[in-house]
Design a protein around this ligand. Structure first.
Ligand SMILES: [Zn+2]
Length: 171
């Protein structure tokens, strides 16, 4: 009986043991997302995102429901997210292979303040952001690798777009 439990645990770890799937789990933290939203945020082909979602669904890590034409995904149990977060936090604190500066290490454990991902507009905190990137002395936070890559290609475009938005809001 306990052997069976270890085997099931192995299956869950295997399903999670992929950096794209960990990113998907991270993205589904506070929200439900459609496949389209997920592949745009990850900048992966839709077919490979669907494949990753299938693996996660088979282990009941994510759940899907249909809304019209769209299939919407969410985390099945918050424990999966907690587990991924625990390892992530442990690595940030203790792993020498991460060449994060000490002040950044402290910063990326904070849940406040909330910022906007300049590419997709998602609200992220330094802790919940998938990625942080320094551009001209300023730190920018992104939900996932796709948004980060888009920003890196045209940083000026996204920065000026966000400034225009800010000016409008202030008027
Ligand atoms: Zn994003």
């Amino acid at each position: 009986m306990f052997n069976q439990l270890f085997k099931l645990q192995e299956d869950v770890f295997k399903a999670m043991a992929n950096s794209s799937r960990l990113e998907i789990i991270h993205l589904l933290r506070d929200q439900e997302l459609t496949v389209t939203q997920i592949y745009e945020m990850l900048d992966l082909p839709q077919s490979s995102v669907s494949q990753h979602l299938l693996v996660l669904k088979m282990q009941d890590i994510v759940k899907a429901h249909r809304n019209g034409k769209e299939i919407i995904y969410k985390i099945s149990h918050p424990e999966f997210l907690k587990m991924a977060d625990m390892i992530r936090e442990l690595l940030i604190k203790n792993d020498d292979r991460l060449n994060f500066a000490d002040d950044l290490k402290i910063k990326i454990q904070d849940l406040v303040p909330l910022k906007h991902d300049l590419v997709c507009g998602m609200r992220v905190s330094s802790k919940t952001a998938g990625f942080v990137h320094e551009h001209e002395g300023e730190l920018h936070y992104f939900c996932a690798s796709g948004c980060l890559e888009k920003f890196k290609k045209e940083p000026k475009k996204y920065i000026s777009a966000s400034k225009i938005k800010k000016d409008k809001n202030e008027k």
